[in-house]
Write a protein of this length. Sequence first.
Length: 236
Amino acid sequence: MRLDDFRELITRLTRELPEEYLDGVAEITVSPRAVPHPVREEIYTLGHCVPIHAGQGAHTDEIQSRIVLYHGSFQALSHLDPEFDWRAEAWETLTHELRHHLEWRAREADLEAFDDAAEENFARHDGEPFDPTFHLDGERVADGVFQVDDDFFLDRLVRRLPAEVPIEWHGKRYRVRPPAEATLPAFLSVEGVLEPPPGELVVVLRRRPGLGDLFRNPDPFTAVVEAEPGTPVLPS
């Protein structure tokens, strides 16, 4: 299904929803991107509910969400399954993300933490100082994998800087090599993986928090590294 046709389908499906279900939904939009699952091969994220918090002291009714459906993910799955039902999958994804919206509105404290994570990620992108644990307040999408907006963070606890780090992304194994001048904590933006996320893929290397962290907050080291092929994943 073409992107424009998919947008029309989502518009028609949205009209079928009861109006009260859409309270607080700022926007339902379609992105052309594909979002591969961070761990499982041939699995894609079809939609995402992005919370928009109105700030501290806001009433629950003021909390809004933006719902995004990823046309590229639908298209990728349709290529894998000749019997892929676009309408049924779109309806299931749309209603699933609406349930997430209602859950977000009931968890105001979590929304504030998510907002803080997004702000810290903006600071990281802009080269400003940022909290080296902000990604832990993002959405946990798999064991040790966190999402903040379109960026995915692979969190690794280490005692010292390793010579190389094995990682797995969308069913493929890779390894990355931190620069020799790197220090902990380190945020390594990874390039060169097959089917990358819509934003950045970042390996976070950090020590386990201790008492000393109350008195020091070292500036994170940031760099771009290239993914190298790792040990193949054997089929289960």
